[in-house]
Design a protein around this ligand. Sequence first.
Ligand code: 13P
Length: 258
Amino acid sequence: MAERKQYYLFANWKLHPARLAEARMLAGIAKKRANRCTQVLTVICPPAIFLAELAARYSSHRLSFGAQDCFFEERGAFTGEIAAQMITDVRGQYVLLGHSERRALGETDETVAKKLRAALAAGLTVVLCIGERERDEEGRYLAFLEGELRTALAGLSRQKLGKLIVAYEPIWAIGKGAESAMSAHEVHETSLFIRKVLRERYGEKAAFAVPILYGGSVAPENAATLVRDGEVQGLLVGHKSLDPRAFGEIMATLDASL
Ligand code: 13P
């Protein structure tokens, strides 16, 4: 088991909210609640256009900010892209990479691997998202997860692992009610499998230091069970992170769980 000093609570706002004023309101409430926590580090990943403003105004010792994606080049003729260095320049400290919703738009494992290198080189901590579309009786989804991990990490040295977090998000469990989240037992099994792949590649010590998160229909009613019985080091929350009351409850629950 990785040593548990704290839980990570990531908020992936995706393409919400529609207005900066609402983003400020959500971040302001999150900051107050996050600062009351002693065991949870909260990280909000808003739409990139809101990142600079929110990170400047609301960052604290318990609340950080990150981006939902970045490009693999530092500069050039790449219309619409954002470089990793631009994220750090506006106080973003994290980036989600390989989210299934980006992969659904055409991102490949190889592109994720290039982005990962660029983000680490810029000093960002990377949350590498992996997850199968569906589960099959024969366990082919395990080979799929292993492939996503190994390709993203190809050629990455052990020294770089200190800034890596792996988020396991089974696609079939995303965007639904709490009852559709994966069972804590399955989360535990899968996190053990991810840990095994990392161990084979990097050895026991380095592999066990990589935090593993779960994401997919996380809600106040399942958050504590998922981290405790799922033996993960945190959660990646989608739609419930836009509901201040639910997100505050998830924070408080995690803080009381360690
Ligand atoms: P939901 O929490 O809405 O299921 O989204 C999960 C997710 O995709 C977070 O990255």
